[in-house]
Design a protein around this ligand. Structure first.
Ligand code: FCB
Length: 469
């Protein structure tokens, strides 16, 4: 393939991504009820500087301005999320039509400009009512309530939205939202809502299993409610082992590691293969989740694509002969000065982009499944000077990741699209407004003014030329 001309092809999806709680604000308007993040962010010490999403980017009122920014950027695809507690304030039962209307207006605004909406049904802001009722994901009921909610949304918006994502990043809202004692974080509570401390690791994995069921039943509900053919997918952030050197033995080591790193064996494995990793289950022993007959079939739904969120990765090397290690790989600790962006976990590992795609195809054996990068981006220490932000560090980061995506496309892997995280600086969860991921600067001191950064112009040029510039 010629890398100088539209190297991503004519039909590649170029987009940007956001999520409801991080940008909308207006938390008490239009019949919305509190979500677990409204509650969690008000707890002492839960979020940096005591920030909350109460106002965020005020996107609820300024969505037309934000659509204009996308028009200016030249993207034809937008990934956003729908706030469950706007649609069903109790989490189940009565539907708040005013909440639906907001998303109808947003979607119509996008469609008016030829921008295809990609809607995520759950990006962490579940109704507090369900936390109070049964402890959110700790209860299997949550999965059924999610599916009912999904059906309600698709029944009302499915005439104009055809791209649906069930859940965003099970690892984060479960494995970082629930923790055992203070082991996980050495803090009084886990870093993500609902921030529940449980007695045993088994309970965390059980909650994770319920999220997988929500995905499965959610897929079925979406397809049943959609008035037209639609695309359904899951967004996951698998940990990506990158071979330290691309030689056959290190590549083999990275493949061996994929199943065992992070929560891969218990999330992407059941969703894409219909089974938990046997090695993971053996490691978990008594802490493994209870799996009822039929659950794995429910979880293993046919998907139209896989949504891959990628920010960082980890390095793996081959086992040295005679070392006694029978795992088939070794971790490579990062050296002290390894480059990272403005987040403790954001080491710059561009090859994770390429290897994530390749692992899904080769290691998991799902080379048939189209992949969309549904999030990639970074936080940088942006400064507004004379009305401009010259974020060459963000461009540096993005360019390398996009080159790795370009390589995956050039080698024939089914990578079909890329959504940059994020359009706007926004409420970055436990880091509040203290971390900026946007390609548009939000001036929190001056009426939330939007100022496109240099990275915005850079990305616009990539989209225009269909290649990395
Ligand atoms: C991902 C989340 C997204 C954003 C980025 C930085 O894990 O899905 O909402 O916070 O990280």
């Amino acid at each position: 393939m010629n890398l100088t001309e539209r190297s991503f092809g004519q039909t590649f999806t170029w987009g940007v991504a956001t999520s409801a709680y991080q940008i909308e604000g207006a938390v008490a308007e239009g019949g919305r009820s509190p979500s677990v993040w409204d509650h969690f962010s008000q707890l002492e010490g839960a979020v940096l500087n005591g920030d909350t999403g109460a106002v965020a980017c005020d996107h609820y009122h300024r969505y037309l301005d934000d659509i204009q920014l996308m028009v200016q950027l030249g993207v034809k695809h937008y990934r956003f999320s729908i706030a469950w507690s706007r649609i069903m304030p109790e989490g189940r039962g009565p539907v708040n039509e005013a909440g639906v209307d907001f998303y109808r207006r947003l979607v119509d605004g996008l469609l008016d400009h030829g921008i295809t909406p990609h809607a995520t049904l759950f990006h962490w802001d579940s109704p507090q009512a369900l936390e109070d009722r049964y402890g959110s994901w700790r209860s299997r009921e949550m999965a059924q309530d999610f599916a009912d909610y999904a059906g309600v949304v698709v029944g009302r918006l499915g005439d104009r939205v055809t791209h649906w994502i069930t859940l965003n990043e099970i690892f984060c809202f479960i494995h970082m939202g629930y923790g055992v004692g203070d082991v996980l974080t050495q803090q009084p509570r886990p870093p993500h809502a609902p921030g529940t401390v449980v007695e045993r690791l088994q309970e965390v994995w059980q909650a994770s299993h319920h999220a997988l069921l929500a995905h499965g039943w959610g897929c079925q509900a979406i397809r049943a409610a959609s008035p037209q053919p639609c695309q359904v997918s899951l967004v996951d952030n698998p940990m990506v082992p990158v071979p330290m050197i691309e030689s056959p033995e290190h590549i083999e080591a990275a493949k061996n590691a994929f199943e065992l790193v992070g929560t891969n064996g218990g999330v992407i494995w059941p969703v894409l293969t219909g089974r938990y990793s046997e090695k993971l289950l053996a490691q978990l022993g008594e802490e493994a989740p209870e799996i009822l007959p039929g659950d794995l079939e429910t979880i293993h739904q046919p998907l139209d694509s896989f949504g891959f969120n990628v920010y960082s990765g980890c390095y793996v090397r081959a086992v040295e002969a005679g070392s006694g290690n029978d795992a088939g790989f070794e971790w490579v600790d990062l050296p002290k000065g390894y480059p990272r962006m403005h987040m403790p976990w954001l080491q710059v590992v561009p090859e994770a982009m390429y290897w994530g795609v390749r692992h899904v195809g080769e290691t998991l054996g799902r080379g048939d499944l189209p992949i969309f990068v549904t999030e990639n981006g970074c936080a940088a220490q942006d400064e507004l000077r004379d009305g401009a932000v010259w974020d060459t560090d963000r461009i540096f980061y993005l360019r390398q990741y996009l080159r790795a995506a370009e390589r995956a496309v050039a080698e024939g892997f089914p990578l079909r699209g890329y959504f940059l995280w994020s359009l706007l600086d926004n409420f970055e969860w436990a880091y509040g407004y203290g971390r900026r991921f946007g390609i548009v600067y939000l001036d929190y001191e001056d009426d939330l003014k939007r100022v496109p950064k240099a990275s915005f112009d850079w990305y616009r040029e990539c989209v225009r030329q269909g290649r990395v510039v």
